[in-house]
Design a protein around this ligand. Structure first.
Ligand code: NAP
Length: 524
């Protein structure tokens, strides 16, 4: 069982008391006293800290005591002599684990002190740790073996910065290919999946902070994110994986939506944010690495900026199956890895938009034939929607700031086109905004003047943050019917969820997850 461990990074005893209470209340399964954060550290202070854990978190709460070397990420540059005394005192005070840097443990003097302290403790255990802040270790397997050789009863802890998500697979492989008590994960935003997947691969611990302010390493998740959003307690070896491939990925709404649906339907799956930096090569390497590692059980991916075209290229190279309209659009946003190694690619953006339109207008897909539509924008989303609508037989005019782009898109799909200045002359039953105009934080902007919105028409804004844009307010005021971008987002996610799992998710649950995430994003 992987213990959810919360570092206590306090400067003094009072502060530590508050952090210990908060960690225990949030569901910490183990605490790590990072004594290198304590001001004017003494051996007495360490004893008092261990005693405080017993009083505030209960006698059952296991505790690691660490006094990290400044050269390996320690907060204050305490001398080695004091740091060894601190670890020895922690064991005498009853701490279950002490964490010593493998590098320092190799010194005969330090090793002697630690071994004596351990021999005098009835239950104390040693964690031997190695950190590489610059990037991957030269040979992580050898390092793991070396640590085991020098002290077979110690728990090896190997931590390095992932400079790219593709660096994570080494840590995951180490966990998969070794057994017993061991810890391996990556620091940094690109290393995030290793912190979550620690539970799937049986790492001895994974670390999470009480809040962002008390994090002790780059990329550390909060305990709320790990146990709430990522349903840490339900992750196990059989958990199948999905995720959104994007750069940036931090503000993606997809993990909140898909994980909420897995939870409500009782499906043993987990949806991850996957920060894939770079271009086609990095995307290709990530996909190969994820698909080849069957033990990870990746079942599918949402794909967004900047990889929608890369995904199409990858599927072609792997001889996968691409939904015909997605080929015509030239971009896919959904990849599914079927059990028989079959790779499938879809574009649920256009399907989500069409579903939002038909539901919002109270019509069926076949009623889209001959519908008069004005599309503002000629970027990726416009392209997907124009492809879907033209396939359904709608009569479309594309208006764009850069007129030439509108012309090009229109000529591909047999549409009319114009510049934004032509909008007041348009006479459409359905107006769709496919630009980013009006998106948070520029919520007082609109892509269309009031005089082109009439009573009786339908206005669909693909912008989903905020859900009610200025354009939709104008439309309501003019007596037009409105469709918001959240409907499209939810519909494309529903379609993805169906492709991934074969299950129909609850649209209301998805919508609530989107609105919660948007509200949290705007607050934080
Ligand atoms: P994109 O490929 O970058 O295209 C952006 C479009 O917006 C272009 O047509 C661009 O015109 C136009 N534009 C940008 N700034 C403008 C301005 N200040 N005034 C006038 N036009 C402007 O982006 P995309 O991927 O198509 O995404 C567009 C929007 O769709 C996003 O911002 C997002 O809000 C929304 N979206 C919604 C969903 C959903 O599920 N609801 C999903 C994805 C995206 P030029 O050609 O002249 O540059």
């Amino acid at each position: 069982m992987t213990r959810l461990t919360v570092p206590i990074s306090a400067e003094n005893l009072d502060h530590a008391g508050r952090q210990i209470r908060a960690a225990a209340a949030a569901g910490a399964e183990m605490l790590e006293l990072r004594t290198d954060y304590v001001e004017n550290l003494t051996v007495e202070m360490v004893r008092a800290l261990v005693a405080k854990v017993r009083t505030l978190a209960g006698p059952e709460m296991p505790t690691i005591v660490t006094c990290r070397d400044g050269r390996q990420g320690g907060a204050r540059p305490y001398p080695t002599k004091l740091r060894m005394q601190v670890l020895a005192a922690a064991l005498t005070a009853g701490a279950e684990f002490i964490d010593c840097e493998y590098e320092n443990f190799r010194s005969v003097e330090n090793q002697e002190k630690i071994r004596v302290a351990l021999s005098q403790s009835s239950r104390g255990r040693l964690i031997l740790s190695a950190h590489s802040f610059a990037g991957r270790f030269p040979d992580i397997r050898k390092l793991h073996r070396d640590i085991q050789a020098v002290c077979p009863s110690a728990i090896p802890k190997l931590v390095y910065t992932a400079n790219h998500i593709n660096d994570c697979f080494e840590a995951l492989d180490l966990l998969h290919q070794t057994s017993g008590e061991r810890i391996a994960f990556c620091m940094g935003e690109a290393g995030l999946m290793t912190r979550i997947l620690a539970a799937k691969l049986g790492s001895f611990v994974t670390f999470a902070s009480i809040d962002q302010a008390s994090a002790t390493a780059p990329g550390q998740l909060t305990i709320e994110q790990l146990s709430g959003l990522y349903r840490y307690a339900s992750i196990g070896p059989a958990t199948s994986l999905y995720g959104v491939i994007a750069d940036p990925v931090g503000h993606s709404l997809s993990p909140a939506i898909h994980n909420a649906c897995f939870e409500s339907l009782g499906i043993n799956s987990l949806y991850l944010p996957l920060l894939v930096g770079g271009g086609y090569t990095e995307f290709y390497l990530f996909m190969r690495a994820a698909a080849l590692r069957k033990y990870l059980r990746f079942g599918g991916f949402s794909v967004t900026i900047p990889h929608k075209q890369n995904a199409l290229g990858y599927v072609a190279r792997e001889k996968g199956i691409v939904e015909p309209l997605a080929s015509k659009i030239g971009a896919v946003n959904t990849l599914v890895l079927r059990k028989e190694d079959r790779l499938e690619a879809y574009n649920t953006d256009y399907a989500g938009a069409l579903d939002a339109i038909t539901a919002g207008m109270g019509i069926r897909r076949e009623n889209l034939k001959a519908l008069v539509v004005a599309v503002i924008g000629a970027g990726g989303v416009a392209r997907a929607i124009v492809a879907g609508l033209s396939d359904a037989g709608a009569r479309i005019t594309i208006y764009n700031r850069t007129r030439e782009k509108a012309r090009k898109l229109a000529s591909e799909f047999g549409c009319e086109f114009g510049g934004l200045g032509d909008l007041p002359q348009m006479d459409a039953e359905l107006l769709i905004n496919c630009t980013s105009v009006g998106m948070y934080p520029n919520t007082d902007e609109t892509p269309a003047p009031d005089n082109c919105i009439r009573k009786g028409m339908t206005v669909f804004d693909t912008v989903y943050n905020p859900a009610e844009t200025l354009l939709l307010k104008q439309a309501k005021h003019a007596g037009a019917r409105t469709i918001d971008g959240v409907s499209m987002f939810v519909n494309q996610a529903l379609a993805q969820f169906r492709l991934f799992t074969g299950w129909q998710a609850d649209p209301e649950l998805m919508r609530a997850a989107v609105c919660r995430s948007l509200a949290a994003d705007q607050k934080g």
